[in-house]
Design a binder for this molecule. Structure first.
Ligand SMILES: [Zn+2]
Ligand SMILES: [Zn+2]
Length: 399
């Protein structure tokens, strides 16, 4: 695919052949894998430290409008994600998993990384390398499952599980944007009306005055301006996005330039959510924040937003890879997936609930409530509480 405008990614000519890389040791030639947290590939055979030469970190933002134009002008081939590779070690031909561009040769286990220029118009320009090792990830998972309420006890016993952890670089878009929004709505101000109500005191009805809250609505309109930096949108369809979103935050200030050496021995995904679709998702995230600003701008005690019109300008984007450990475990014939942030160990996932534990808690609560009700009835505490009804925040009833 031709793609050449200034200040947009993918400026190199499309290579006719799939570029692939493996990382032989500079001393003994053995294939090297990246070790989380390291800035070199250390050889497990001869111990040689092979330095990773990081490009100078220039984390550039690309202009969104220019990129969309260029995309529209380019012929839109259906994106192909089949990656046929010839193993650099054993010469076997094999395919990587769909939508992946880093993995192992199934015949000799050699880690291979290939470029994505021939399948996607945008290439990742930066990434966060793994810091959390597989061992750390396993510990993080054990802690997570150990702290879960209502998780079946059998699951907390690590010897009874056989989850396999997989290190994957997941594609993300990040967007920056200046927003100017015009809104129309209403400002609600709370005031109190004094009313007579009937209350039961010592089993007898009594009339008394209480303050009842009311809201006065007045029209409000105005403008808010907000700048958004690095709105993150996952560009994968292979991993559950809801779980992925909940392992944030990511330390994007530590992004390094894309370097295939960091991918060696890991899997890496090709983006499946396009640039424009990603921006639509980013807009929804920004919209939530803008609505909060509008509410602050309206002020008062309550706010209604009737219309909101947002103009986005100077929108830029980056395409980055972020490291996660992903795995699944089986429990009573169901599969549950979980994901661990490869930078800070934050863990989230699908989880089974122990029906027995929940039932036990329900019983405890029921018994507790019955006990509390008995106490209230016999001690007169209920009546004491009724006396405090003068405050408007309590419940009352009208007649
Ligand atoms: Zn070596
Ligand atoms: Zn091979």
């Amino acid at each position: 695919m031709k793609y050449h405008t200034k200040n947009t990614p993918g400026t190199q000519e499309t290579p006719s052949k799939v570029q692939q890389q493996h990382f032989p040791c500079g001393q003994c030639g053995a294939d090297l894998e990246y070790s989380p947290g390291m800035r070199n590939l250390s050889c497990e055979y001869c111990g040689h430290e092979n330095q990773i030469t990081d490009e100078p970190v220039v984390i550039q933002e690309y202009d969104f409008a220019t990129a969309l134009e260029a995309l529209a002008q380019a012929e839109r081939h259906p994106l192909d994600s089949t990656q046929v590779i010839k193993c650099p070690n054993c010469a076997a031909t094999f395919e990587l998993k769909t939508d992946q561009h880093a993995g192992d040769c199934p015949f000799c286990d050699t880690p291979v990384v290939i470029g994505t220029e021939h399948v996607r118009p945008f290439q990742p320009k930066s990434l966060l390398p793994f810091i959390i090792t597989e061992k750390d990830a396993r510990t993080a998972f054990d802690n997570w499952i150990g702290n879960l309420w209502f998780a079946p006890s059998a699951l907390k016993d690590k010897h009874k599980r056989d989850e396999k952890l997989l290190g994957i670089y997941v594609p993300y878009w990040t967007y920056d944007s200046h927003t100017d929004s015009i809104y129309h709505g209403q400002r609600g101000t709370v005031y109190y009306e004094r009313r007579m109500v009937t209350q039961m005191v010592n089993g007898r009805a009594q009339r008394r005055a209480v303050n009842v809250p009311r809201i006065r609505w007045t029209p409000a309109s105005g403008k808010v301006r907000q700048f958004f930096d690095d709105i993150l949108v996952g560009a994968t369809r292979a991993l559950p996005r809801k779980i992925l979103d909940s392992i944030q935050p990511w330390d994007l200030q530590n992004l390094v330039s894309y370097n295939e050496a960091y991918l060696s021995g890991f899997q890496s995904e090709i983006y499946q959510v396009d640039l424009d679709e990603g921006f639509n998702q980013a807009r929804m995230l920004m919209d939530q924040a803008i609505r909060q600003s509008v509410r602050r701008d309206i002020g008062g005690d309550q706010q209604q937003i009737h219309s909101l019109n947002t103009h986005y300008s100077n929108t830029t984007f980056k395409h980055v890879l972020l490291p996660v450990w992903s795995a699944a475990f089986r429990y009573q014939n169901k599969t549950y997936r979980f994901i661990i942030n490869g930078r800070n160990g934050r863990t989230q996932g699908e989880r089974p609930y122990s029906k027995v534990k929940i039932a036990l808690l329900a019983i405890t609560i029921a018994v507790g409530l019955a006990g509390a009700a008995y106490y209230l009835e016999t001690s007169g505490a209920l009546e004491q509480m009724m006396y405090q009804l003068d405050s408007p925040s309590y419940n009352y009833y009208y007649r």
